[in-house]
Design a protein around this ligand. Structure first.
Ligand SMILES: [Cu+2]
Length: 360
């Protein structure tokens, strides 16, 4: 009898709850959100959305341009940058400039670059080195450099309007700091980063440990992942929130089949330092052999915590060092598993793919 009363009471409560919820779920609901999306958009703009009355967004829509953009004189980005020694300080020189950068046979983008390549040249030093980087800005726009993940003094952090004034066109700025800790890092523009980074202002910054590694890899490659939009011969920064979808996807500034083929010997320990610098996440999948994640964002993963995987999602700003022993000969593909990212202007194969060629 008592159970029956509880059941009746419960049903009444349930009926009350359902009646209270009903107006929000009936098709007769007249809330403007359901009836008129355009009004809703006018009244409450989505943060970061592009509207005609959002002048701050205008730069996103414009093609990447600069006066007198010359064809690139180098063909490969991310190559080690030479330095000079000044009283024990390693001095590097960077010039920001626009070039015509081929990403593929017959496809050339207008790129903002460090020293004329995409990615810019690799700065590779040893933990504890004093480094000085002299940056000359030859772009038509101001810029700054952020040393992503490197533990620099605040004044060297490269945030315009916070830690420094922007480097104006024609100006030079000098960064100086002690390189630490060891690991896979990068440098990139921090001025209108949504445009300038997408346009090519990014490069690897590798800090080797002071003590030599117990089991160093035979092959050690940096792979920087990005995207770009090309329409009607004009280059645009890809803007995922602004309807500016990318149609080309690059590894070290090249789209497959122009990406590098990495040739290794059977038995070699291979380290790939994956860096996502665009505005999209890329789940990178290796055929044939699993790998271990040996470092995340530059920091070593203790051996007991190293996951064994064959696909690793690299989100914008992240770095993963992965290692595998090339146990099987053949052409093994490494590619993004968002399969639209393995196309060139919607044609497969392309984009974020490369071959690892394991030979005897
Ligand atoms: Cu992808």
């Amino acid at each position: 009898m008592r159970i029956k009363k509880i059941m009746i009471f419960s049903l009444m409560v349930l009926a009350l709850i359902l009646s209270a919820c009903a107006p929000a779920t009936t098709p007769n609901n007249t809330m403007p959100m359901n009836n008129d999306n355009s009004n809703m958009t006018d009244e409450i703009p989505t943060p970061g959305s592009m509207t005609a009355d959002n002048p701050g967004a205008a730069h996103m829509m414009e093609p990447i341009t600069a006066p007198n953009v010359l064809p690139a004189t180098e063909t490969t980005g991310g190559q080690p940058l030479a330095y000079r020694d000044e009283n024990g300080v390693k001095v590097f020189e960077l010039t920001t400039k626009a070039v015509q950068w081929p990403i593929l046979d017959g496809v050339t983008v207008t790129a903002y670059t460090y020293n004329g390549t995409v990615p810019g040249p690799m700065i590779r030093v040893t933990e504890g080195d004093q480094v000085r980087i002299i940056v000359k800005n030859e772009l038509p726009d101001p810029t700054t450099i952020h040393w992503h993940g490197v533990e620099v003094p605040n004044a060297m952090d490269g945030v315009p309007g916070v830690t420094q004034d922007p480097i104006q066109p024609g100006e030079t700025f000098t960064y100086e700091f002690i390189a630490k800790p060891a690991g896979t890092f990068m440098y990139h523009s921090h001025f209108e980063g949504d445009v300038q980074v997408s346009a090519g202002l990014y490069a690897p910054f590798i800090i080797d440990p002071k003590e030599s590694e117990a089991n160093p890899p035979i092959v050690d490659k940096v792979l920087m992942l990005s995207e770009v939009r090309m329409t009607d011969g004009e280059t645009y920064a890809a803007m995922p929130m602004g309807g500016m979808e990318p149609n080309y996807f690059t590894i070290n500034g090249k789209s497959f089949p122009a990406t590098e083929t990495i040739t290794v010997k059977k038995g070699d320990l291979v380290r790939l330092r994956l860096i996502a610098i665009g505005q999209f996440i890329h789940p990178m999948h290796l055929h044939g052999m699993p790998f271990k994640i040996v470092a995340t964002d530059g920091h070593p993963v203790p051996e007991a915590a190293q996951l064994t995987k064959d696909t690793i999602s690299v989100a914008p700003g992240e770095r993963y060092d992965i290692e595998f022993v090339a146990t099987e000969t053949g052409q093994w593909m490494l590619h993004c598993h968002i399969l639209h990212h393995t196309t060139n202007d919607n044609v497969e194969p392309g984009g974020l793919m490369l071959m690892i060629n394991v030979v005897e």
